[in-house]
Ligand binder design. Sequence first.
Ligand SMILES: O=P(O)(O)OC[C@H]1O[C@H](O[C@H]2O[C@H](CO)[C@@H](O)[C@H](O)[C@H]2O)[C@H](O)[C@@H](O)[C@@H]1O
Length: 241
Amino acid sequence: MRDAVRGVAQHFPTAIVSGRCRDKVFNFVKLEELYYAGSHGMDIKGPTKVSNHKWLLGLSTQADEVLCQPATEFLPVIQEVYETLTAKMESIPGAMVENNKFCLSVHFRCVEEAEWDALGREVKAVLEDYPKLCLTKGRKVLEIRPFIKWNKGNALKFLLKSLGYAGRGDVFPIYIGDDRTDEDAFKVLRNMGQGIGILVTKFPKDTSASYSLREPAEVKHFYISFQREYMCIYIYVTYIK
Ligand SMILES: O=P(O)(O)OC[C@H]1O[C@H](O[C@H]2O[C@H](CO)[C@@H](O)[C@H](O)[C@H]2O)[C@H](O)[C@@H](O)[C@@H]1O
């Protein structure tokens, strides 16, 4: 997959937007030519290495100095809640608190189902003292985030705007995601009427994406085809609406 993403980034500006913390995503992906938006888009940084697409397009060969951290004031409180929750979760076998820098994930995938309600109550009880944090639910995970109007959609908007691509008829953004939190980014593209969202799912789902791919292997195939024969990409994606 890494080679496929590297190939895309050689031709097009490419970003990874994730709920995980930016450093962790970078350590998985290890591609310096990408933009990274970690912590659900609350931590955005430009590439540290210039990509080929820039000089192919005759653009400046400076690496882009993009940096956006709209939730820095929450760092101390997130750390405090991380420590509190880590201590509380010790009594629930299988529970795991992940520090994603500007947000936290409490994973209960490995917790006995009979304990899920108790875990939820513990987390909610801790958050009662922190009205500026909110709680959302993902796949066997509870996510704690600052109560600010910023999500993956805002991160996408920020990147398109700061790179000068928003609203341009000659720029076609493609956002691919498999998580509920990716819906905010699909909505942004739909509302802008620019580009498309592609949901990765094996099953039909209610979504703001316009197309779907079934699994990561198809995403990889899409990336590879996209570099070689991007006029034929319609073969690989399923149109939703
Ligand atoms: O925004 P994403 O890059 O799609 O990340 C969403 C969450 O990913 C991670 O959780 C997911 O993987 C876990 C196993 O590694 C799994 O147990 C969980 O159910 C998945 O949601 C990550 O740990 C979370 O912090 C991210 O929010």
